[in-house]
Design a protein around this ligand. Sequence first.
Ligand SMILES: [Zn+2]
Length: 240
Amino acid sequence: MVITIVKKKLLLGIGLAALALLGSEVEKTLADNARVVKYIPTTHKIVALTFDDGPGKKTPEILSILRARNVRATFFVVGEMVEKYPQYVRDEFAGGHEVGNHTFTHVRLSHINKEKLLNELDRTDRLLAKTLGIKCTLFRPPGGGYDHTLLDEASRRDYTIVLWSVDSHDWYSSGEGIVRSVLRNTRPGGIILFHDGIGPLPTSKVLPLIIDRLKEQGYEFLTVSELLRYYEERPKYSVD
Ligand SMILES: [Zn+2]
């Protein structure tokens, strides 16, 4: 009898330890994954529109399309473009959009040393703090490349690295190609990549149609930080 109880307690103990281990493993995996985000696992029909490399000459047009449709997006801005068009980035922020850091000179981070990398990250961080009065929390590396140094430094600065799950190919595709690519590949929790800082691009011509079609399919548009809150749902699905 005593032996049985001890055995039961032992088994229970092992079981609890295994559960604790499972729990911490899940948490660790989530924490690691959450540092680099391509999409959010969710069943809700939500997506984030993102615009890179601006602000630029096309930014006001993109902003007016988003305003007319009551849609908020996220702009990954380049520091030297913010210096050139500070009012545009203020307009983005004032319009309820989110602003993320996309380096200062749009250099590929694999081509530079750690000191230069930190300078790219921190110069734009300081500039956004000065221009918008915010602490930026989203970083998108040019070309989407990252390594451990970037992961560590980004995390030290409370940055989440944001990539994308849907590439509109708007910097080389035709208008039709962009619409097809976005509509075919968009799923719940997706992050869609467009550009507003290089041009001339057909992005602003096809954006109204893309937004309208996705709305017809029941999609809602969130900023990236709003989308990230849906990470909380993930453990429920993973543990079960
Ligand atoms: Zn870029």
